[in-house]
Design a protein around this ligand. Structure first.
Ligand code: 3EB
Length: 348
């Protein structure tokens, strides 16, 4: 089989436009205030609907806000004209270099099979349209810590279906993208993925954390399959100026949750984990040298289990991230019952 991530030597020196995202208000996103070619609009809002094509734009509404005042949109733009479509229940938009695909799994007593099927539809679309380099996935899971109809935690049920889909598409562990797997306030499971046609991708692990796909059996029948980060290079030779898509990052060392019940210690370790992940010390193993610090992280989402912890979390994040960084705080459950916070972002 052809390698999923082989470097096409004919494109070695070619610079590719990278995708960009911005946070806006819902009305701004809908009203077309965002200029450029819109790959999609992800609404972090008060109900889960779609995905659909609305005014020619891929639109997905996630139930991630308790009221309209907390809602925001994440708008993805690219350098080229965008075409939209639908494929076996998933909705997509692509521009010749990048693909955004979104799907939803209806609320159910069990999720393994529907998760596998929805992932298969999205991965099959990537293969069919020729966007074989998937570099980022987001998954929003209602009742993530509840037991399913068989007494298996919903998150673990989801992980089973995801692992089976990756297996069907022959993803090696080092080929899985960075991801977020987080709670939501309703709507079953919703997801969106980003993939590229020719960008050079590198899956990055954190030398201080066990790879999630190697987590032991105690965390569920199939491990969570995701990379700690994905590096997206602007050219196939320059390893100094790419984007780093940082996965949801929590208070985990090795495979263990540290600081159960202590929000401040969990925020500190989550930030320390990201700081190390994007440091040249950690990236040396991938021959990437960028001199990144937490000040280079943007497009940040901070997921907080208890609303009352948000002020303290905000204070700690503002101390360590750039004053210019765009940060959204969301009050939702986190994938392990003992995790109080999870943080993601992009080094752009
Ligand atoms: C962890 O490090 C925390 O299942 O896709 C973070 C990011 C976590 C993504 C996922 C889970 C996922 O294991 C949880």
């Amino acid at each position: 089989p052809t390698p999923r991530r082989g470097i096409d030597m004919t494109q070695e020196q070619q610079t590719v436009d990278l995708p960009r995202s911005v946070f806006t208000g819902l009305a701004e996103a809908r009203g077309g205030a965002v200029t450029g070619n819109v790959l999609g609009v992800i609404n972090y809002t008060t109900e889960c609907t779609g995905p659909r094509v609305e005014n020619g734009r891929l639109t997905l509404d996630l139930h991630m806000a308790a009221d309209a005042g907390e809602a925001f949109a994440e708008v993805w733009t690219t350098g080229r004209e965008v075409v939209t479509g639908e494929h076996h229940g998933v909705v997509y938009a692509h521009d010749g270099e990048y693909l955004l695909v979104a799907g939803r799994i209806a609320p159910a007593g069990r999720y393994t099979e529907d998760t596998r099927a929805a992932y298969v539809a999205a991965l099959d679309l990537m293969d069919t349209l020729g966007y074989k380099n998937c570099f980022r996935m987001w998954n929003f899971i209602n009742d993530i810590n509840a037991d399913n109809a068989d007494g298996l935690e919903v998150y673990r049920d989801f992980c089973k279906g995801r692992a089976e889909a990756f297996e069907l598409f022959h993803f090696g562990d080092s080929e899985v993208p960075s991801a977020t797997g987080i709670g939501s306030l309703g709507g079953g499971i919703a997801f969106y993925f980003l993939a590229s046609r020719s960008a050079a991708l590198t899956s990055v692990e954190n030398s201080k954390q066990m790879a999630a796909y190697h987590y032991p059996r105690q965390y569920g029948p199939r491990p969570p399959k995701f990379a700690r980060a994905t590096y997206l290079a602007t050219t196939h030779t320059d390893r100094r100026s790419g984007q780093i898509y940082v996965a949801g990052t929590a208070s985990i060392r090795g495979h263990e949750t540290l600081h159960a019940g202590d929000i401040e210690a969990q925020v500190k370790l989550s930030l320390d984990n990201i700081e190390h992940l994007i440091s040249d010390e950690n990236l040396a193993a991938y021959e990437i040298t960028q001199g990144n610090s937490l000040h280079n992280l943007d497009n940040i989402k901070v997921y907080v289990r208890h609303r009352s912890d948000i002020p303290a979390v905000r204070r700690m994040c503002e101390e360590r991230f750039s004053p210019n960084a765009h940060i959204q705080y969301l009050n939702v459950d986190v994938c392990r019952a003992d995790l109080l916070v999870e943080i993601e972002g992009i080094v752009a």
